[in-house]
Design a protein around this ligand. Structure first.
Ligand SMILES: [Cu+2]
Length: 122
């Protein structure tokens, strides 16, 4: 019976591997420009790079001002030759403050993810 704990540990390792493998298959935000928690001058566009290719039709962002009002943005598009990067033009000038980006993504495997982050305009 002394080998039982080892068996459980091995099973646990397999299970957690399986779960993380599955999680990796969804579109998670890997990086952004302006960066997550970054401090920048007013940006002309937002670039969000995900771990998976996106379905543009069901992916997008909502950008909110410090006072929660929506920031006008142009139509989101995918970077040419790279369907993991979503580009969102920012049409107006952004006043200094903390902005919130709420994103949603549909990865090409059909899974939906969403999240949010902030950046600061100095
Ligand atoms: Cu997935």
């Amino acid at each position: 019976m002394s080998d039982l704990p080892y068996t459980s540990a091995a099973l646990a390792a397999i299970v957690s591997f399986g779960l993380s493998g599955q999680a990796l298959a969804h579109a998670h935000l890997k990086s952004a420009v302006p960066a997550v928690n970054g401090v920048v001058s007013t940006p002309s566009e937002l670039d969000l790079t995900f771990s998976e290719g996106l379905n543009l039709k069901f992916s997008g962002v909502k950008v909110s001002r410090p006072d929660k009002a929506a920031v006008p943005t142009g139509d989101a598009r995918l970077k040419t030759g790279d369907d993991t990067t979503l580009i969102v033009p920012v049409t107006g000038n952004l006043e200094p403050g903390v902005y919130t980006v709420d994103w949603r993504a549909l990865s090409s495997d059909g899974h939906k993810t969403k999240g949010s982050y902030t950046f600061t305009v100095k």
